[in-house]
Design a protein around this ligand. Sequence first.
Ligand code: NOJ
Length: 552
Amino acid sequence: MPGGSAAGSAQWWRDAVIYQIYPRSFADSDGDGVGDLPGITARLDHLAELGVDAVWLSPFYPSPQADAGYDVADYRDVDPLFGTLADADALLGAARARDLRVIVDLVPNHTSAAHPWFGAALAAGPDGEARRRYIFRDGRGSDGSEPPNDWQSVFGGPAWTRVSEPDGRPGQWYLHLFDAGQPDLNWDHPEVRVEFLDVLRFWLDRGVDGFRVDVAHGLVKQADLADWHEPQEILSGQDIDRPRPPMWDQDGVHEIYRDWRRLLDSYPGERVLVAEAWVEPAERLAAYIRPDEMHQAFNFEYLLAAWTAPAQYAVITRSLEATEAVDAPTTWVLSNHDVVRHASRLGLPVGTPRPNGIGVGDPQPDAALGLRRARAATLLMLSLPGSAYLYQGEELGLPEHTTLPDESRQDPTWHRSGHAERGRDGCRVPIPWEADAPSYGFGPTDASWLPQPTAWAEYALDRQRGVAGSTYEMYRTALRLRRELGLGAGTVYWLESPDDLLRFRNGTVEVLTNFGTAPVPLPDGAELLHASAPLDGDGRVPADVTVWLRVG
Ligand code: NOJ
């Protein structure tokens, strides 16, 4: 289905609400327990009813699934697990028919070890040209048995794996910042650059509205691959003046995105690039969204901010200032497939360091408090100007699966960290649609690639749809009002407030979040437009509640 994007010329992305679909856990059409593209197409009416502007699809390309599809073996096809290219075209057409734009995931930092390029690199031997598309080096030590440097993989363990050469002898090492099944590409190689421009064209020609760019801050490494003695983390919060980690946020990445932007701009409509760049501080992140680079970058500093009025005030202000300086929209995000769902994260004591998964035996979140705060956080987020990202299931108030049996875990983090980190499976469990159906309506059978908790019936869409006060209806109303009131295109004006309140105006709306413990009265003459939970019997805003008020 060649053709134009659904996007007109308006800069739709500046205030868009974009819904992340994690294909393997959204909807399963064939009952094998893994979600698929036809499953998504069949459920698009849900997203149209919810009122989002666009969807972002996590990878569905052919892959050994060593990292749930973020290990791509062929960038121009669909894995049979998820369907066919014709199914992708059908999805794009069905989305367009509902005025939903579609962004796909691009994984340029690494391929799968099953990619033909990597096979050729192994076969080529140490001096072979084909090795240069990746980052192969001789090992250290007299017999080369030590890795070339001390870098650690984000998932745990060394970031280097030694290969056997074609003659069977132990040979060179290759770099993988993630799993050993995800060899890092060498972006200094011209063929790598040409190839990805062509991959972009392939999907643009099929009509996608843009790309979410995986590990956008990792493509270029410091040339000397210098040792880095700090613990490895995908987000290394940095003082702007301190040395950059040699594997992240190197200045050379920006030239790549300028090339890509030129290509996207040559297509009709507004096609967009979204950076997944775990970069701090906000000024460094803003460099990715200068006018001739990407359009948006995920605001992970916001996702990580503590649930206190000062922390939220600080991160919102910093984010708005940093993006304004480059004339880009700010983005807001609370959950995705890599972090503990915010309905559970916010149920942990304030100040708890970001957990990498929660399991049996770990301190369990306070589910009721978590949901209450999650709803307040969402209503605060959706009142802010810019673009917001939602993660499938959060519109149902879905918590993390915090008691997933360890033997069912599939995230490579769990194994690579020697079971020290539980990893991300808990936020990836297939979502519930119908309370009384097998697999809660995820698919036609009981099969589910990760077990669903027994208590999930209450979160199912059919238990919430049309039910006043449900999380689903709260999201739907918020998205409708956000659009009607133009909040995404507005401006934040802070209002005086005590330490544990956040109060600002955006257009004709006043937003108030109560982070304290005592209820607070509504401002005089305010008309209640929306609330994350009911007011108390005296008409006051209780603790951990956000309200939207009309102020004329
Ligand atoms: C970020 C993705 O969101 C994550 O799921 C993946 O494991 C890494 N990049 C590696 O591709």
